[in-house]
Design a binder for this molecule. Structure first.
Ligand code: GLN
Length: 202
């Protein structure tokens, strides 16, 4: 039985637990450093608010241990804000464009893991009302997969070793780099468990 650690400091983590429970995994909810046990086989970084998540990961002193695990190759599935936390570069102010620069920079301070070789723009499709649902073809899956975008980031460029698994309007929306899989949308909100199955297979 696989043990999957789900980072549960903020955001849409419970849906990931439901998906992984359905696949017969044992889920470990990570809220404290002592939750990151040695029997964890894989990690999930859920969607939510990347600024809040980044702050909490540092305040709760989870950040260094998680970064170490990811760098050591622990299979990791990151969705939306989780992808922002993995991204090497975070670009632009997204929905904070109305704020003056120093206020925007302060609220923007996402100090992420920088382990995934992509550049990402936060809130690239606009505010909550611009959230949308669609179906996108995934060659690896051999079929269309549902994709729910909620205040989603946009991957503006992919670097070395990044394989594009799905695209929307010519931007990568699902990528894999070694053991890191990341989506700008929320696969945990739809019933197709392709990404959770892929995580377990790693
Ligand atoms: N807009 C959020 C952020 O920038 C991400 C939204 C999500 O995870 N659904 O962190």
């Amino acid at each position: 039985k696989k043990h999957v650690g789900i980072v549960c400091v903020q955001g849409a983590f419970i849906e990931h637990k439901h998906a992984l429970d359905a696949l017969g995994c044992t889920c470990i909810e990570i809220r404290n450093r002592s939750d990151i046990t040695s029997d964890i086989d894989a990690l999930v970084l859920p969607g939510g608010e990347s600024t809040a998540q980044s702050r909490l990961l540092h305040d709760l002193r989870l950040f260094d241990t998680l970064k170490e695990r990811i760098e050591q190759g622990m299979p990791t599935l990151a969705t939306c804000a989780g992808l922002i936390l993995l991204a090497k570069t975070i670009d632009g102010t997204g929905d904070l464009q109305g704020l003056n620069e120093s206020a925007a920079n302060k609220r923007l301070a996402v100090e992420g893991f920088q382990t995934l070789n992509v550049c990402v723009q936060r809130n690239a499709y606009g505010r909550q009302l611009s959230s949308f649902h669609t179906q996108l073809y995934c060659a690896r899956a051999g079929r269309e997969l549902p994709a729910t975008f909620i205040r989603a980031p946009r991957i503006t460029s992919c670097g070395a070793h990044v394989e594009v698994l799905m695209q929307y309007n010519e931007s990568a929306v699902a990528v894999q780099q070694d053991n890191q899989i990341a989506c700008t949308f929320h696969p945990e909100l739809d019933s197709d468990l392709f990404f959770h199955k892929t995580l377990i297979s790693l």
